[in-house]
Design a protein around this ligand. Structure first.
Ligand code: NPG
Length: 369
């Protein structure tokens, strides 16, 4: 299969409600969509999960477009006939930029699987028809607002609640939610907001029987996580620190993490995600699928991944309505706290081109030489 051209499109979608984390507040989701056309007539879609600003990771939307145009896509074009399984190696000389690389690999995989009549789920090795849904709750202006939002999600059927925390918004809100819902699977996410000096403070979360605490320390402080793990009872789950199979292997060897959050964008793609999943299954480490406020395009592929056997914890794989009034694909609707894994070829969802046109802020087609 040869890539004839790639359409790079930036869209902006307002969020249903602001989403505040320790690294900032999102009011809308800006993201880069890819549509590739192949010489065999198939189309592949993907989204690049980089945010509009480099706050969660060094990547950001416009930088992703730049690195794709200047370096990644020319390499792919130069390679000629290509399969998704070859894409990561072809782009390997260029360092970093996992989210951009993941988006290119995913679009090529979508086009390839559509030609072959295979769904993402079957290709990746999913063993379930549905996945359990968790939901991530941002930092709210007051405890009352937090209780309101958590109540809404629980009434909708979410099976696990994740609370964003930061210094000044941790022990009290988590304690209140735990007291109100003593049995709900509950976890917290700090997005690197603490330091090694905070272990005594984080120990105060121990009584709340949390499933895990996600990424309390800086992404580069893997050793600090290993030290913290000896001090607190809540299991540590790394997110930002895990950017490849190698980093997952090292973090496990160091005992810096006993659970892993897999985000395909963060680790460079779905194929690398499956390798990390397999490593975790071999090592008896539970994994779950993270989220980055994806549209239906990324969500479809994430749900296929989350249906692999090692994904034993509910992910941040929520219904479209948690994020957007209107999605850019057929919306994902939760039933009984679960989403169905798409079964059609490729990502398996229909894209709403008219709506995408309406929310497009830039569009450029890169044609293979
Ligand atoms: O449900 O997609 C979702 C959001 C889940 O909390 C979530 N994502 O740190 O994991 C995170 C956080 C995030 C959101 C990270 C946006 C980066 C961008």
């Amino acid at each position: 299969m040869r890539i004839k051209n790639v359409e790079l499109r930036i869209i902006k979608l307002p969020l249903v409600r602001p989403f505040r984390t320790s690294f900032g507040t999102q009011y809308e989701r800006e993201l880069l969509l890819l549509k590739i056309n192949t010489n065999e007539g198939s189309e592949g879609w993907s989204e690049c999960v980089a945010m509009s600003e480099p706050l969660y990771s060094p990547e950001y939307t416009h930088a992703s477009q730049d690195v794709m145009e200047r370096f990644l896509l020319p390499k792919i074009f130069e390679f000629g006939d290509i399969r998704a399984e070859e894409v990561a190696d072809v782009m390997r000389p260029f360092l970093g930029h996992q989210m951009s690389k993941a988006a290119i690999e995913s679009a090529i995989l979508d086009a390839q699987l559509k030609l072959e009549g295979i769904s993402f789920g079957s290709y990746l090795g999913s063993t379930r028809e549905e996945v359990d849904c968790g939901v991530s709750v941002g930092i709210t202006p007051t405890i009352e607002k937090l209780v309101e939002e958590v109540s809404l999600y629980i009434s909708e059927g979410y099976r696990r609640i994740k609370l964003k925390i930061e210094p000044g918004w941790d022990i009290e809100p988590v304690g209140i939610i735990r007291e109100m819902w003593p049995d709900i699977p509950l976890q917290v996410d700090a997005n690197q907001a603490y330091t090694r000096a905070d272990s005594a403070h984080l120990k105060k979360l121990d009584p709340f029987s949390l499933l895990l605490i996600e990424q309390p320390l800086n992404e580069h402080d893997v050793l600090g996580h290993a030290m913290l793990a000896k001090e607190i009872a809540t299991p540590i789950c790394l997110d930002e620190s895990i950017t490849s199979l190698e980093s997952a292997r090292d973090a496990l060897a160091l005992k810096a993490t006993t659970i892993i959050n897999i985000k395909p964008g963060r680790v460079g793609g779905y194929l690398e995600s499956v390798k990390i999943h397999d490593l975790c299954v071999e090592s008896n480490i539970p994994v779950w699928c993270g989220g980055m406020l994806e549209t239906g395009i990324g969500r479809a592929a994430n749900i296929a991944l989350a249906a692999l056997p090692g994904f034993t914890l509910p992910g941040d794989t929520s219904a479209s309505s948690r994020y957007y009034h209107r999605d850019i694909t057929t919306p994902f609707v939760m039933e009984n706290g679960r989403l169905r894994v798409p079964t059609e070829p490729g990502i398996g969802v229909a894209v709403d081109l008219d709506f995408i046109e309406e929310i497009t802020t830039s569009r450029k087609v890169i044609v293979a030489p």
